[in-house]
Each structure stands twice: as C-alpha cells, then as structure tokens.
Design a protein. Sequence first.
Length: 348
Amino acid sequence: MRIVFKDLKKGIIKLIPENMDDLWHLYHIIEKGDLVRALTFRTAEQKGDKIRSKKAEKKPMVLTIRVEDVEFHDFSDRLRIHGIIEEGPQDLGSHHTINLKVGDYKDVTIIKEKWKESHLSRIEEAVKRRGKNDILIVAMDDEEACIAVVRNSGIQVIAEIESGKSGKLYESKDVENEYFSRILNVIKALGEDVPILVVGPGFARDRFLSFGREKEPQLFRRAFSGSAGSAGINGVYEALKSGKVDRIVSDNRVITETKLVEKFIEELSRDGAVAYGKEEVMDAINRGAVSHLLILDTIARTEEGEKIISTARNMGSEFTIINSKIEAGKKLEGFGGIAALLRFKIDQ
C-alpha cells in the first residue's frame, strides 16, 4: 500500500492499494459512515430521457459515497464499497458501489471523523510490508497433495490433488510423473513469483522437488524442502508452525499471528505469564503487565476493542490484531477473542 496524502486533522488519508492484502486491510479500515472517494463507473445521465437504456454505456467519474456496507469475499480480487453518493457530477443521493480491484492501482480517499489507532496501525503495517512476498506451500506424500498460498490475508487453498496410486507401490514411474505434472501445472498456472516450500512425510516431497527443478528451474529457484507429519491441509498448518517457514518468510502476517497464538497457548499450558478474556486482560493492561496484546479483528473493530487497544498502547504494550478467518484466529476465539503475553505473572 502506498500513501499519497494524509491530513489527520481533517480526517483524510489518500492511498493506493496494490495487492489483495491491501484490499483486505481496507476491508477492516473502512466503516459505515465513512466517506470514500474514488474513480468509478456509472451510467451517464441521458438528458430528455427519464428512463435510461439498459445498454447505456457506463462512464468513468469520480464519486464520493457515504459508506453503508463493505464486502470482501475471501481470496476474490475485489473490494465492494456500497453507499450513497454525496459528491459527484450526477445522481446525488442515489446508491452506488465502488469496486476496488487488484491491479487497478487507483487512488482511494478515505475520510473519517476520527481515525482509530487500530486503523492507523493497519495502514502503517501495509506500507511497511509493501513488496513483501507470500509463500506457496505444497503439503504432499505419495497419495495426495494440498497446494496453498499463505498471504497476509490468510491461507488460500488452491488445489487438492490425488496421485491415483493403487496398491503398495506405483504401477509405473509414469503414474508418479503424471501426479507430479498435475501439481506442477497448478503452480505454473498461479503465475506468482513466490518462495515454494514442499513438506510432507516420506520421500515424495524430495522427488517432486527434483522433478520441479528439472522441468521449471526458474520457478523452483527458491524452492525448499521440509519434513511434516501429514500431507494435505494439516501439513500446511503444521508447516506454518515450523521454524523453516519462519526463516523463509519471517515477516508474513499469517505466520506471525500463528506463532503468537501458539506461543500464548504454549505458555498457558505451562501455567506461564499469560491472560485471556476481556476482564482478565484489561486488569493486566491496567497493571502494566501486558507485553503483547492479541485481539481478534472482530473485537478490534468495535468501540470496546478500540478502547482496549488504545489503553494497551498508552501502557507501553505491543499489540497484534489476529485475523478471525485463519486457524490462529479460530483458536483465539476459543479464549474469548482476546489474550495477552505478560511481562510478569499476575496472582489471581
């Protein structure tokens, strides 16, 4: 994400979203009642004709809408912002939807009465992570493979492929090569220049890596191998927790969030210095005991969540907003959606 203009006194930030993760951040930033201004398309007014033709051409125009709703479908390529037109060349007071698509690189102006700390931190993070790579994980054995891309916005499962193996051994080398070719074709079709991590039990992963490096050396120039106890989606999640993934893409948001939640759970199992639940965490914050606050995005978007984050920041605590749609977010939800790593243990 790139910031073009910022004037917080007037509540204005103008920015350019550059990838799907930026759209995901905007989904969590833009709220009902905000003003959003962008280049969009709308059917031009037809003078002297009260009813517009259904085939009338849509014209580009800059409109400002008062936001009523924001939609972002997991791993789609667009963010849809619905609202009422407040500024523009025509149709003031009418409903309109501004579509932001990956690859448009058009600027968007967001105007709020007051910018929340959580919103500003998201923008800072998106700017900081600009240009960072995602990572592709293939979790496989000689029977099945799961191909997934780990993005800042979550885990996108691209394909699940069965090898067609029968019996204890492959009937021929051709069966394995056909299995590997199908996996490779999916990776090629993605068209993404990202690191590839192949994990799984046994030796199928290493044979596939050799196959990929021979067939597509440029695509596999940043390919790595790692052990995992499972193939499939379970192998993907296992890879996320491994130090190997962390070394490959050390600042990927999903990996960061997963490791923080896992660290909390590990400390909790040891009866360590942690807290969870709103009341317990707020008590720890007020005592200056919180080192790192973990808060679910659905809570962070609320007025109460914003107060919790603001108080934590004022007390010198770091905080991370956890995506509710990833596995780590679902685990945190089981603890009330809010937890904390503490500087020291608090006696209850």
